[in-house]
Ligand binder design. Structure first.
Ligand SMILES: [Zn+2]
Length: 419
């Protein structure tokens, strides 16, 4: 049975950890920075050495393709190689390097596939230099306008478009991940949470990415003197806001055990110790995989009384993101292979966003998670043992081979839905 090579994958991880390496571990490899460009160059060099055909699209995504034996759509696998400031060596990078290792295994062991196989690198997944996150996959799937994204500037006033041009990363629109040219997309990623590590599991079979809703609640009071205003005459916006938080905490907590919600930001005006607060606003971030549960959240937030503690209450939606469910057939293939290889695994949902969740809108997609030690990510301590990395890469390899052996019905289903 074909298997990826531990020494080779280890060497790749070590090599890419140099690009943007920080003194105390981890990396800072902001999108299109010199460190990220060096990592892209190294990846391209390695792909050429394996005989792959390397293309770049009009937003800087890299596609390195090994030809298939038949004229069929490609199967894509990959992730991102940019990081946040003081990020870890595995977030994104491991998805690219395991995809590369899978293709290297095919090349070195003379395993031919019917479909061409493409290693993908997404530009600017983190959004740490150019906001928003998942920018390039968002453009490809119609969520963001390309022109608006090219104009986005970093802190130094350099636009994303200028950085693409300066880094020689601007390719052709024709090279994009077009649904008619691809069969499916697979992304391996570190979990970035504690579930797999806590349960001593090796593989997370990702069902989807949780949806979220964000609301701003504002209590409108009346500023007045802290010493001269009797308690019963006050319109204290902070008191009203805190009553709203308590009500929401209690009501939202009863909906579903998987629902997570956070009141992470609060702004008190004028925020001076001798003045009764005039206006207090706070944020609510709620996440769950089921749209119906998030609708319950919305109902409860909207049902806050218009008047509390002598203050008017207003509720505004800040933004929301729908849940993504990955392709059930692909998810089942990942599960089948994790089981067949004897790797302890479970289904889970991702609480973090990934390019695959956008790609799923145009192409059958799935994700494979490997454990994050201590549940840590976006920091220097981010780590996944090489043995877990190998298990993930083997699941990726065998899922790819299963897909290759299938007909194109999985993709045709999508194309007909899209019409
Ligand atoms: Zn990532």
């Amino acid at each position: 049975m074909p298997a990826v090579n531990k020494d080779r994958l280890q060497e790749k991880i070590h090599c890419f950890a140099q690009f943007g390496a920080e003194e105390h571990g981890g990396i800072t490899r902001l999108s299109l920075s010199p460190a990220a460009l060096a990592a892209r160059t190294e990846l391209t060099k390695r792909c050429h050495a394996l005989g792959l055909f390397v293309e770049t699209d009009d937003i800087g995504n890299i596609y390195a393709t090994k030809t298939g034996t038949e004229t069929l759509p490609r199967i894509a696998m990959g992730s991102h190689i940019d990081s946040v400031i003081n990020g870890g060596n595995y977030d994104g990078t491991l998805g690219v390097l395991t995809a590369l290792e899978v293709v290297e295994t095919l090349v070195r062991e003379n395993i031919s596939t019917r479909h061409p196989v493409t290693v993908m690198v997404w530009t600017n997944e983190e959004g740490a230099r150019f906001a928003p996150a998942m920018m390039a996959s968002g453009v490809l799937t119609g969520k963001f306008s390309k022109d608006a994204m090219l104009a986005v500037q970093d802190e130094d006033g350099v636009s994303f478009g200028q950085a693409l041009l300066a880094g020689d990363c601007l390719g052709k629109t024709d090279n994009r991940l077009n649904p008619q040219d691809y069969l499916a997309y697979l992304e391996l990623h570190v979990e970035q949470g504690p579930v797999l590590a806590n349960e001593n599991l090796t593989i997370g079979v990702v069902r989807g990415v949780v949806g979220m809703c964000n609301y701003t609640v504002t209590a409108h009071g009346q500023a007045n003197h802290a010493g001269t205003t009797p308690m019963q005459e006050r319109k204290d916006a902070l008191y009203a806001a805190s009553q709203c938080v308590c009500t929401l905490y209690e009501r939202l907590g009863r909906i579903d055990p998987d629902l997570v919600f956070t009141f992470g930001h609060i702004a008190c005006r004028p925020n001076i110790h001798t003045i009764i607060p005039d206006e207090v606003r706070f944020s609510l971030d709620a996440r769950h995989q089921e749209p119906a549960i998030l609708q319950e959240v919305v109902k409860i937030v909207r049902a806050l009384p218009a008047q509390t503690a002598n203050c008017a209450i207003s509720v505004e939606e800040a933004w929301s993101r729908k849940s993504t469910l990955f392709d059930p057939k692909l998810v089942a293939l990942v599960k089948k292979n994790a089981d067949a290889l004897g790797f302890p695994n479970r289904h889970l949902y991702s609480g973090a966003g990934h390019d695959a969740q956008y790609v799923q809108d145009i192409l059958p997609s799935a994700m494979i998670f490997v454990p994050s030690e201590g549940g840590l990510s976006h920091c220097a301590k981010e780590n996944t043992s090489i043995d877990d990395c190998i298990c993930g890469a083997d699941v990726l390899l065998h899922t790819l081979l299963d897909l290759d052996a299938e007909d194109t019905s999985i993709r045709d289903r999508y194309l007909s839905v899209g019409e």
